[in-house]
Design a binder for this molecule. Structure first.
Ligand code: ADP
Length: 261
C-alpha cells in the first residue's frame, strides 16, 4: 500500500511517498512554502519522479504551517506529532528532538513508541530559526548550503550577542566592516542559533538519544555547535528536512489501516 505525506512549511514544501509504512518510495522538496506555488509544485513533482498515479495512493496526510491548504489531503496533523513519528521511524532510540525550520524552533520529548511527551516552541521571533540564517547568509554573501564548510574554518569565533535578528544584522555588518573573518562571524551566527535552541531544550527531559531535524539540520555548522553545547552525540538523518513529511506518510498508513483500505 502507498501513502503520501505532505509537509507545507513557511520556507519549503516537502512530499514523501511510503510503501506499507516501511519503505521510502519517493521524496520531493521545493524551496517555496505556504502561500506560494510550492505546495502545488511539490505534489506534481512527487508523482512525476515516482511514476506513481494519484489514484494509487491509499491515504494522504498534510502537516506543517500550511497544512489546511492541501486539497488532496484526507486529514491534517500537527507538525509536532508528525516530526515525532518521522524521527521515531528514522531513529527508534530518539527521546529528545530539536527541530529548526524556516520560522520556528521546537524541542520535543518523545517516548519509546514515538509519542510526544512534551514540547516547547519559539515561534514569536526570527532569531534562532532558519530565517535568521537566511538573513545572515545574504549579508555574508554565502549560499546557505556552504555555511557549514565556512564554519569549519573558524579559529577565533565571533560572538553575536544581539537577541533580535534586526540588531544582529547590524552587529554582523559592523563586525565584518571591522575586519572580522567571515568564517568566524559564521561560527558566531551558528552558536547564536544554538544558544537560543538550548533554552528550549533545557525545558525537556534532556534524555538521549538527541536528534536534530528540519531544514537547519542540513547546516553542519549548526549541528556541530549543538554537539559542542550538549557534549553528546546528535543524530542527523540525510532526510532531516523530510522528517515531518515522513511522519505524515506513516500516519496516513495508520489511517488507511484503521479504515481497512
Ligand atoms: P519549514 O518547514 O518551516 O518550511 P524547513 O524545515 O524547510 O522549514 O527549513 C528551512 C530552513 O532550512 C531555511 O531557512 C534554511 O536556514 C535551512 N536550509 C534549507 N536548505 C538548506 C541547505 N541546503 N543547507 C543549509 N541549510 C538549509
Amino acid at each position: 500500500m502507498l501513502t503520501l505525506g505532505i509537509d507545507i512549511g513557511s520556507a519549503s514544501s516537502k512530499a514523501v511517498i511510503m510503501g506499507d509504512g516501511k519503505e521510502l518510495v519517493a521524496t520531493a522538496v521545493v524551496q517555496a512554502g505556504t502561500g506560494t506555488s510550492g505546495p502545488k509544485r511539490v505534489t506534481a513533482e512527487i508523482f512525476e519522479r515516482s511514476g506513481v498515479l494519484p489514484e494509487q495512493i491509499s491515504a494522504t496526510i498534510a502537516t506543517g504551517y500550511g497544512r489546511y491548504g492541501v486539497d488532496m489531503a484526507d486529514g491534517q496533523i500537527s507538525e509536532i506529532t508528525c516530526h515525532a513519528k518521522g524521527v521515531h521511524f528514522l531513529f527508534p532510540a530518539a527521546r529528545t528532538i530539536l527541530d529548526i525550520g524556516g520560522q520556528d524552533a521546537k524541542a520535543i520529548s518523545i517516548n519509546e513508541n514515538g509519542r510526544v511527551l512534551s514540547f516547547f516552541m519559539n515561534e514569536k521571533c526570527a532569531a534562532g530559526t532558519g530565517r535568521f540564517l537566511e538573513v545572515m547568509a545574504r549579508i555574508l554573501e554565502i549560499p546557505l548550503s556552504e555555511m557549514g564548510d565556512w564554519d569549519r574554518k573558524s579559529e577565533h569565533p565571533a560572538v553575536v550577542s544581539s537577541t533580535c535578528t534586526v540588531f544582529a544584522e547590524s552587529e554582523v555588518i559592523s563586525q565584518l566592516s571591522n575586519g572580522a573573518r567571515r568564517e568566524d562571524v559564521i561560527r558566531g551566527v551558528h552558536n547564536s542559533v544554538i544558544s537560543r535552541a538550548m533554552a528550549l531544550l533545557y525545558r525537556t527531559h534532556m534524555e538521549p538519544a538527541f536528534v536534530f531535524t528540519g531544514g537547519v539540520a542540513q547546516n553542519s555548522g549548526v549541528v556541530d555547535s549543538l554537539r559542542r553545547e550538549l557534549r553528546q552525540e546528535v543524530l542527523v538523518s540525510p532526510q532531516a528536512q523530510l522528517t515531518g513529511a515522513i511522519g505524515a506518510a506513516l500516519l496516513a498508513q495508520e489511517k488507511a489501516d484503521q479504515k481497512g483500505v
